[in-house]
Design a protein around this ligand. Structure first.
Ligand code: SF4
Length: 358
């Protein structure tokens, strides 16, 4: 079985921190883009013939397209769908009303991921988000009313002007809504964004506050029944995101749409990142790389260690025994039965641990 990712590279406006490939105000091209994605799926039937058990529409803002366009893309994939497939779309709260959400639900979408980011309107404004808390709540309750019971909320910490109290209020308020899944990511300042230009003036929380925010979220979410199954992801029992788990477990996935990435049989490739070129020739592939044994092993270690359960492949554990022993001695990794996993401290410096395997 494979996963499918569909990239929808349009947004209402660019958020101040975002370096994703997405374009504001391109309604003129929505239909041509949808047709290109469908054409690309038709050309790639052989990659889907073993069945598709997860689909993830991401962006950008997939829900900026008419619901009928998302459903048409889904229809093209339907012939490959396994029973019980997880079908997610990301959604910006300002782009969906009840009828929109009902149309998605009636046509097979069964998971929705809202970018809430922060509970405080002052922070949403600073982030350049095109919604406030009230719009988000409206969208959330409409999703529940439309029949979505598997909802994710994306939250962000380490934001400029965000206090620890702000963050605690965000996490606590999110928990009160009882979503099935919560993701909590630290802001990173990316080159080419308005935040990058302002980086010397932005009052960002210091490292100690950043870690205090992360630990507070782990504690609140863990204490509220959420399983902390990946560094930044928390789920109620059985609601772990099956699509994202494919990335961390190096299962196969095929990406459709602008600049989407694919991974099948240890081979990676990506699509064009030029919008006009993609629409003219949606099947064109770039940067096809077949991973050799060493690269594949390293990747299996640092992706697998993102998961709380860690890595249990005894061949890999033997292969990297020196690095593992060194990091166990430093208190960054621990052995749990036949698994190797990050310690609590290791999660705080996970990039340092992952770098050892590269
Ligand atoms: S809505 Fe998401 S993808 Fe679009 S600009 Fe904002 S952060 Fe980026």
């Amino acid at each position: 079985m494979t996963g499918v990712y569909i990239h929808i590279p349009f947004c209402r406006q660019k958020c101040a921190y975002c370096d994703f490939l997405s374009f504001p105000r391109r309604e003129d091209i929505f239909e041509a883009y949808k047709d290109a994605v469908i054409s690309e799926i038709k050309q790639a039937r052989n990659l889907l013939c073993d069945g598709v058990d997860t689909i993830f529409f991401g962006g950008g803002t997939p829900t900026i397209l008419p619901a009928s366009y998302l459903c048409q893309i889904l229809v093209e994939l339907a012939k490959h769908l396994a029973p019980g497939a997880e079908i997610t779309t990301e959604a910006n709260p300002c782009t969906v009303d009840f009828n929109y959400l009902k149309a998605l639900r009636n046509n097979g979408f069964n998971r929705i991921s809202f970018g809430l980011q922060a509970w405080q309107n002052k922070l949403l404004k600073i982030l350049g988000r095109p919604h406030d808390r009230e719009l988000f709540l409206n969208a959330y309750y409409n999703a529940v009313k439309a029949g979505f019971n598997n909802i994710n909320l994306d939250l962000m910490f380490s934001l400029p002007y965000q206090s620890l109290d702000d963050w605690n209020e965000t996490v606590y308020s999110a928990v009160q809504l009882k979503p099935a899944h919560i993701s909590a990511y630290a802001l990173t300042i990316e080159e080419g964004t308005p935040f990058y230009e302002q980086r010397h003036e932005l009052p960002l929380p210091d490292d100690a506050t950043d870690r205090a925010m992360y630990h507070a979220a782990c504690e609140t979410l863990g204490g509220s029944g959420y399983n902390h199954y990946e560094i930044s992801n928390f789920a109620t029992q059985g609601s772990e995101c099956r699509h994202n788990i494919k990335y961390w477990c190096r299962d196969s996935y095929v990406g459709f749409g602008l600049n989407s990435h694919s991974f099948v049989d240890n081979t990676r490739w990506r699509n064009s990142c030029d919008l006009d070129e993609y629409i003219k020739n949606p099947g064109k592939k770039y940067d096809v790389i077949h991973l050799t044994g060493g690269d594949a092993d390293a990747e299996a270690m640092f992706l697998g260690l993102r998961l709380t359960q860690g890595v249990c492949d005894s061949r890999l554990i033997d292969l990297y025994s020196d690095i593992i022993e060194k990091n166990v001695a430093l208190g960054l990794l621990e052995k749990n039965h036949d698994h190797i996993r990050l310690t609590k401290y290791g999660r705080d410096v996970s990039n340092r641990v992952f770098a050892e395997f590269i």
